[in-house]
Design a binder for this molecule. Structure first.
Ligand SMILES: *Cc1c(COP(=O)(O)O)cnc(C)c1O
Length: 363
């Protein structure tokens, strides 16, 4: 098995350069002579790491100045709760949710605990194989916010447009596609993404909040659940995951210096997805892609084989060939190829060749 052939859905592959630098840092940081695992979160060294991580994100995303960036814990699942705690609890408004798959359905539950919610579109009737268009959404101007998931990691569905109304704050879970291609940040009031799909190791979640939006937040919460507290403390309200943030910073540096930014990354990712879909589409009776064509994700490609026994054989033989992480989500079964930023074009070429070969042998 090779690090280069990791198609895991999450925690996902990380660039080899980053893994090498991080492993040296575990032994001792060249700057301090001390292991990164023993560095104080109050040290000047860590302040620099936080500042660079934030600044790299700002530059990569071409972020307007009226946004805060904070590094949180609790994964994206905590954001399913914090968003409605901060912006729905105690208001006389309702929150709107697009339910397009597994993760957006989980986000909705967080809203339902805190107040009135309205599902403006549900993909259930079409088996979560497609996404809505603008005319499919039943939106209202007085909602507290609209929430959606830009890339449904489990089903392999990716939005190619930004839903919502100009006067309703837009909140988005970008856990599986933030930094995979450019984003128009100014359309959003709130973006969050845990690191373990595309940005780094698990343990840290990036939250990007528009100033005007965060000013409306509920101020009666425990500090750990209050966005203001984390903004004020500049992500060190309590001990943050120092190592995860350090590695995330290295990943943003890699994107900046080695890849050359998000437009370049997006082009590479498009090529990777085209290679895999190209191999799967050669015999659509054998490889059955779950999502309908216009909604296919460039990041997570979900498919089935004609029967479960063949899927098991595919997984066993793929593993023997050195490919890792091709099993589908436990809620779906089937197969899934995840093409996060660190998965190289060479690795994808090898996998697409293998897909053609497996079809030749078993199709
Ligand atoms: C994986 C995933 C999650 C779950 O995140 P946790 O950090 O495990 O809570 C949430 N949303 C999306 C879109 C995901 O892909």
């Amino acid at each position: 098995m090779s690090n280069m052939m990791n198609f895991s859905a999450g925690p996902g592959a990380l660039p080899i350069e980053v893994l090498l630098e991080a492993s040296r840092a575990v032994e001792a940081l060249p700057e301090t002579g001390v292991s990164v695992l023993g560095m104080s979160h109050r040290s000047a060294w860590f302040r620099d790491v936080l500042d660079e991580a934030e600044n790299n994100l700002r530059k990569l995303l071409d972020m307007p100045d009226n946004y805060h960036v904070i590094f949180m814990q609790g994964g994206s699942s905590l954001q399913f709760s914090m968003l409605p705690m901060n912006f729905l609890r105690g208001t006389d408004r309702h929150a709107e949710y697009i339910v397009s798959g597994y993760w957006s359905a989980k986000a909705l539950i967080g809203g339902q605990v805190e107040g009135e919610t309205k599902v403006v579109w549900d993909g259930k009737d079409t088996g979560y194989t497609r996404l809505p268009g603008l005319n499919d959404l039943h939106l209202s101007h007085d909602a507290a916010y609209l929430h959606y998931v830009s890339n449904e990691t489990v089903e392999g569905l990716e939005f190619t447009w930004v839903p919502g109304l100009k006067d309703v704050p837009l909140a988005c879970d970008m856990s599986s596609n933030l930094l995979a291609s450019p984003v128009g940040i100014d359309k959003y009031a709130f973006i969050y993404a845990h690191a373990q799909k595309n940005l780094g190791p698990s343990g840290v979640t990036v939250c990007i909040l528009q100033n005007e939006f965060v000013n409306r937040a509920n101020r009666t919460l425990h500090s750990m659940l209050d966005y203001h507290a984390h903004i004020q403390a500049r992500s060190v309200f309590n001990t943050p995951p120092v190592f995860s943030i350090y590695v995330l910073m290295l990943v943003t540096r890699w994107l900046r210096d080695k890849i050359g930014g998000l437009a370049a990354m997006g082009t590479i990712n498009r090529k990777k997805a085209d290679l895999i879909y190209g191999a799967l589409d050669t015999d659509a009776g054998f490889y059955r892609v779950c999502s309908r064509r216009p909604f296919r994700s460039t990041i997570n490609i979900v498919f089935n084989l004609p029967d479960p026994a063949l899927e098991k054989l595919f997984l066993d033989e793929s593993q023997r060939e050195g490919f890792h992480g091709l099993e589908g989500h436990r809620s779906m079964g089937g197969l899934r190829v995840s093409l996060y930023n660190a998965v190289s074009l060479d690795a994808v070429k090898a996998l697409s060749t293998w897909l053609v070969e497996f079809l030749r042998q078993h199709g």
